[in-house]
Design a protein around this ligand. Structure first.
Ligand code: P1T
Length: 379
């Protein structure tokens, strides 16, 4: 089955009692048993819920994976993955990543004796150099948030296998429409479903997709034992969003290209970060492992002054200034003070994240209107 057909049909089936074509919202906490232990596969909704089960199956199918696990937020999904580790274990992570992931790693799990090495992962020798006998997890986010660096998943997988570590890919910016990391050697794919997967900025959720049965069992244990599970209404919203993922992503990519090219040609723009440009340092890898280049773009205005960036952000009419990304509407953001404020300024600078960087999530509006908005805001 091809991607668009799977987005609509995989994992879901008409309701057996009524024939309802859309997965019902099973708004129930518990399930009646005929005799202790004699039930229909559902005991309690933290453990299993039919709406969630169908979403998990749909998610697994889109990534060509075997098992899907849904969580209340993307952070809860990341939290579940890190719980696989023990004190003394080490993680190698990209140094350009979502600020919330960095915060969870350094402010929570470092206190539990897990060590994190943050390296520029678009240079795989930096990853190899950070490997020790205690390396248990390699954390890849690609393209990265917010600098749109692209990390070679197949090469990272080779390093992980040699080190005996698990490879995770945070695929939030790409979605399985653009990139399927399990097929490139990743052990786990992680999502903030809040973004492109749900697609309408109306819910917060996360997911992990795996092939390995034992890994699935271990993650399922923590999903249930720690309880970061989503409610059925949110699962329904993500299921609805998935049905148009391929159509939305196509337009996000088309509009992304137009916006990136417009910005690159603009005399007041110093630098544009978008992996679709042939002169992007990781373009060859992007072209190899992605099917298109997405709708996330960052840029810096000439002069590299934070005040100019703030003035531009205040002028946007269509690119609403807000955290998050991946919805049908275009958003703008200032990573240094918003999504990445939890990364110390010194670390941000080391990763190349300027305080004047503007991040755009290009929506699926008519591109001409978006370009007009950019023109009036940049001046
Ligand atoms: O917000 P939540 O659903 O918990 O997902 C966290 C998360 C994980 N990974 C990546 C790559 C992300 O971008 C995010 C959330 N990011 C934003 C809110 C943002 O504006 O960048």
């Amino acid at each position: 089955m091809k991607f668009g057909t799977k987005a609509i049909h995989a994992g879901v089936h008409p309701d057996p009692t009524t024939g309802a074509i859309m997965t019902p919202i099973y708004q129930t906490s518990t399930y009646v048993q005929r005799s202790p232990g004699d039930h229909k596969g559902f005991e309690y909704s933290r453990t299993h819920n039919p709406t969630r089960s169908q979403l998990q199956d749909a998610l697994a199918a889109l990534d060509n994976g075997k098992h899907g696990l849904a969580f209340a937020t993307g952070m809860a999904a990341i939290d579940c993955i890190v719980k696989l580790l023990q004190p003394g274990d080490e993680v190698i992570s990209t140094n350009d990543l979502y600020g919330g992931s960095y915060r969870l790693f350094t402010k929570v799990y470092q206190n539990y004796g897990i060590k994190f090495h943050f390296v520029p992962m678009h240079d795989m020798t930096a990853v190899e150099a950070a490997v020790t006998e205690r390396t248990k997890l390699i954390w890849v986010e690609t393209p990265t948030n917010p600098l749109l660096n692209v990390i070679d998943i197949a090469a990272a997988s080779a390093v992980a296998k040699k080190a005996g570590a698990l490879l995770v890919v945070d695929n939030t910016f790409s979605t399985p429409y653009l990139q399927t990391p399990l097929e490139l050697g990743a052990d786990m794919v992680m999502y903030s479903l809040t973004k492109y997967m749900a697609g309408h900025s109306d819910t917060v959720m996360g997911a992990v997709i795996v092939n390995d049965d034992e890994l699935h069992q271990r993650l399922s244990f923590y999903q249930n034992a720690c309880g970061g599970t989503p409610g059925p209404q949110d699962c329904f919203l993500v299921l609805r969003g998935l049905k148009t993922l391929h159509v939305r992503m196509q337009r996000h990519c088309e509009n992304g290209r137009k916006v990136a090219e417009f910005l690159k040609a603009h005399p007041k723009v110093e630098k544009v970060y978008w992996p679709g440009f042939e002169d992007h340092p990781n373009h060859a890898i992007a072209a190899k492992q992605m099917r298109d280049f997405g709708g996330m773009i960052s840029f810096v205005l000439k002069g590299d002054r934070q005040a100019d960036a703030v003035a531009c952000l205040e002028k946007f009419q269509l690119f609403s200034l807000a955290e998050s990304l991946g919805g049908v509407e275009s958003l703008s953001g200032h990573p240094a003070t918003m999504t990445h404020a939890s990364i110390p300024a010194e670390e941000r600078r080391k990763a190349g994240l300027s305080d004047s960087l503007i991040r755009l999530s290009v929506g699926i509006e008519d591109a001409d209107d978006l370009l007009e908005d950019l023109q009036q805001a940049i001046g």
